[in-house]
Design a protein around this ligand. Structure first.
Ligand code: NAP
Length: 420
């Protein structure tokens, strides 16, 4: 592969797919890893996270050869394009990477770059682990009961982006078709109307649910919950739930069962290695997350439900400054924090880099580098318990010391070095 304007680090090696397995990687001790710092606060948290990840990885005798690539504002400066081929090619070639947030100007005529990146690389699962770090302030009474991983479908539902603006010829054509040919005339008010289409496919649903179940089996999790609004949207959200149960019944053995089977055939008793698949209506699920937090483990969701639920769950364990995520496809992986580019704080060395660092931690786990991941987790926890934290956490704690983005990274690196 040749690149126009970025350099491939000459000393690093490629991550390859393990022979005969599309989902496992062969990881060298010095992999080349593409990184996008991102827009807005990405220029603060990107470099800070990179330094912390380096410290954790080097403490365990390995090295990451970073390959800086561009998207968003930085790409426009270098390439006159928001999402250059160099960047997409690097993520394809090197398989595992990390990105900071990218800005989507509201109403500026182009769709989200994040969505474009996820779609072009077919990163179909957006995975968000939500767990409590000791000492973290929280708006709920028992935040430590949260230990959940959300799998949000990343390519369809609202991310398909199929919609037409009110007043356009296209919107009128669709209205006419829906009202007259499909007999939904009574369902659409007169006057201007914007119309969207919500595709949810068997293929998209099944590969997402499969991924969630596989994760639950690998990590010894007890349940996978399908979160949908199938009581109202029977043929999209309801189908998501039906197809999820089909995967459960048809593709796994005795140790993956539905909640119905658990009660009908096993008196509600699940063996330790069994994953039970159940489902919840999305609005109920939002309150269940607050009232019965500890009952939820792995969630599998269509795109929009996953967006709302994972942000809300993130608030319970400290907020967007500490909420990590990753996008996964077959043989591809791009870590990214849940938060956006928070433009009002850009370049101030102020915001919390933990979300980006913890996203990098998911990446390290994906590479099989659990030891480096643990070192980094412990070092962040220590910083929080010592109350040396960025503004978002400091404002919720008594007697805490407020540090900036880069100073927080320094504190975490000190902790890594003294614990290694
Ligand atoms: P946002 O950038 O996530 O910021 C919302 C608020 O969250 C901030 O004002 C701040 O709250 C808090 N926050 C975010 N990151 C933080 C951090 N690292 N440390 C501490 N606090 C943090 O959401 P937005 O303002 O709605 O979106 C801004 C832009 O980002 C938009 O263009 C949006 O499309 C884009 N976006 C990109 C991604 C992505 O790249 N994956 C995701 C979401 C949004 P306080 O002001 O209360 O301190």
């Amino acid at each position: 592969m040749s690149y126009d304007r970025v350099e491939v680090p000459s000393s690093g090696e490629r991550i390859e797919l393990a022979a005969g397995d599309e989902s496992e990687f062969d990881v060298p001790e010095n992999p080349i890893v593409p990184i996008i710092y991102g827009d807005g606060v990405g220029t603060d948290v990107g470099p800070a996270a990179r330094r912390v990840l380096d410290a954790g990885v080097e403490a365990t005798g390995r090295e990451i050869e970073w390959m800086r690539v561009y998207a968003g504002a930085s790409a426009r400066e270098e390439y006159d394009s928001n999402l250059p081929d160099d960047t997409l090619d690097a993520f394809r070639e090197f398989k595992v990477g990390i990105k900071g947030p990218l800005t989507t100007p509201v109403g500026a005529g182009y769709r989200s770059l994040n969505v474009a990146l996820r779609q072009r690389l077919d990163l179909y699962a957006n995975v968000r682990p939500t767990y409590y770090i000791d000492g973290m302030p929280s708006p709920v009474e028992s935040p430590e009961t949260m230990d959940m991983v959300s799998f949000r479908e990343n390519t369809e539902d609202v991310y398909a982006g199929i919609e037409w603006e009110a007043g356009t010829e296209e919107a009128e054509q669709v209205r006419e078709f829906v009202a007259e040919e499909m007999n939904f005339g009574d369902s659409i008010h007169d006057g201007p109307v914007g119309i969207g289409v919500k595709p949810i496919s068997e293929f998209g649903t099944k590969r997402l649910v499969r991924r969630a179940i596989d994760y639950a089996l690998e990590r010894g999790r007890d349940t996978v919950t399908l979160v949908h609004k199938g009581n109202i949207m029977k043929f999209t959200e309801g189908a998501f739930s039906d197809w999820g149960y089909e995967v459960t019944a048809e593709e796994y053995g005795e140790n993956v069962i539905s909640e119905d089977t658990l009660w009908e055939e096993r008196d509600g008793e699940a063996a330790d290695d069994t994953v039970v698949v159940n489902d919840r209506i999305a609005d109920n699920m939002l309150q269940q997350l607050l009232t019965r937090t500890d009952q939820y483990d792995v969630l599998a969701m269509p795109n929009l439900n996953g967006d709302y639920l994972s942000d809300s769950a993130g608030a319970q364990i400290g907020g967007l400054g500490v909420a990590p995520g990753a996008n996964m496809g077959d043989g591809r992986f791009v870590a990214e924090p849940v938060h956006g580019s928070a433009p009002k704080y850009a370049g101030q060395d102020k915001v919390n880099p933990s979300a980006m660092i913890l996203s990098g931690r998911i990446m390290l786990e994906h590479l099989g580098w659990e030891d480096a991941s643990e070192l980094i987790y412990d070092a962040i926890e220590e910083a929080v318990l010592d109350k040396r934290v960025t503004y978002d956490i400091e404002r919720q704690l008594d007697d805490a010391e407020r540090v900036g983005t880069s100073e927080f990274a320094d504190v975490v690196i000190e902790n890594i070095e003294s614990n290694a």
